[in-house]
Design a protein around this ligand. Structure first.
Ligand code: NPQ
Ligand code: MG
Length: 355
């Protein structure tokens, strides 16, 4: 699916997204799970073709070899390592089918306590500061309640300073490095301290919890982890090591919404704020993320943007901000379904995996 504009991060520029959807078809319902893996393994080791392959050859046969239920997917897949985004898509499709069959919503199932969630937006690296200020101004006009700037060495202090100077100290502002720095950059990153950022997300390598703990002692901006948090156990370790003060929860990265809820619970138990990340989801993944973001521990606005942030035409009814918020869907399952004609327009291949 074409993006409305190129999205540049410290790991590359994206102009389109390859979306892998898993559909689970039962007698009484059909469910959907969106795989958030990218085309190439730049955000993490996962990528779309690998997810399709592992689903086809290992995950789907293992899940279909016994009675199928969402809560047993993790156990069925326990013999296999990795591929959390593929696991998540499969579990979500089955969970959605179950919930639709019984008339329960994702929000109700996960434990949502809000009917709408405040929305932030992730703003890519730009060619110039004026271009960035235009983009940020546009998002603020649309009502976004929090701005996240993608950063990398050479695009960090100056863009943050420019946004603060133009839009003031009241804007909720944070940055995301996607692992672009090393611990040797600590003194440089401390130059962000005066700008009262909500957090700095994943400055160092995903496997560098001790590095993040050391960095957190050298800067005032709270450290938030994204790529490093691959499970509830990883979250508990990161918190114990003081590697982060805040956690970004992305269901795809952690193997699904059930594990995402466990991370939420671990963080709440430790008094660590969480927020819901984003992976350029279509309306299907977005619906589930908005439901998750309505849980009580999600005390910071998420990257739960409107559909229009990424897509001129979504494959579901578009999510549109009202007063800086998105409504949590209330219908059965995800509460949204693909629009058949839209799905057809963007579908390049379909594969049936029989039971
Ligand atoms: C992050 N997301 O928080 C990710 C990174 C990211 C909204 O900043 C295609 C698929 C392109 C997933 C680009 C946001 C992507 C992607 C960036 C995820 O780190
Ligand atoms: Mg991130």
């Amino acid at each position: 699916m074409p993006l409305v504009a190129p999205f540049r991060t410290s790991f590359g520029v994206e102009t389109t997204r390859d979306v892998l959807l898993v559909g689970a078809v039962a007698e009484d319902a059909e469910g959907w799970g969106e795989c958030v893996a990218m085309t190439s393994p730049r955000y993490s080791s996962e990528y779309v073709d690998a997810a399709a392959d592992v689903l086809r050859r290992f995950f789907v046969p293992a899940v279909l070899s016994g009675p199928v239920s969402a809560v047993s997917v993790a156990e069925s897949l326990a013999p296999f390592k990795g591929h959390q985004m593929a696991r998540a898509a499969l579990e979500t499709a089955i969970l959605d089918a179950e919930l639709r069959a019984s008339g329960r919503s994702f929000g109700r199932e996960l434990g949502a306590v809000r009917s709408r969630v405040p929305c932030g937006v992730s703003v890519g690296i730009m060619d110039s500061i004026p271009q960035l200020l235009d983009a940020v101004g546009g998002y603020l006009d649309e009502g976004y309640v929090r701005i996240k700037l993608k950063i990398e060495p050479g695009w960090d202090v100056e863009p943050v300073r420019a946004v603060r100077e133009r839009y003031g100290d009241d804007v909720l502002l944070q940055v995301d490095a996607n692992t672009a720095y090393t611990l040797g950059d600590a003194r440089h990153l401390a130059r962000l301290d005066p700008f009262d950022l909500l957090l700095i997300e994943q400055p160092l390598d995903e496997d560098d919890l001790l590095g993040h703990a050391a960095l957190a002692r050298q800067i005032r901006t709270p450290v938030c982890l994204d790529e490093s948090i691959t499970s509830a156990r990883a979250a508990a370790a990161a918190i114990r090591l003081d590697a982060c003060q805040i956690v970004n929860i992305k269901p795809g990265r952690v193997g699904g919404y059930l594990e995402a809820r466990r991370i939420h619970d671990v963080c709440v138990a430790h008094g660590v704020p969480v927020w819901c990340g984003g992976m350029l989801e279509t309306g299907l993944g977005r619906a589930a993320n908005v439901a998750l973001a309505a849980l009580p521990g999600f005390t910071l606005p998420g990257d739960t943007s409107g559909s229009g942030r990424y897509y001129a035409a979504d494959i579901t009814e578009p999510f549109v901000l009202r007063d800086g918020h998105l409504d949590v869907p209330v219908g059965p399952g995800l509460g949204v379904t693909p629009i058949p004609d839209r799905l057809d327009e963007v579908t390049v291949s379909t594969e049936w995996l029989p039971a």
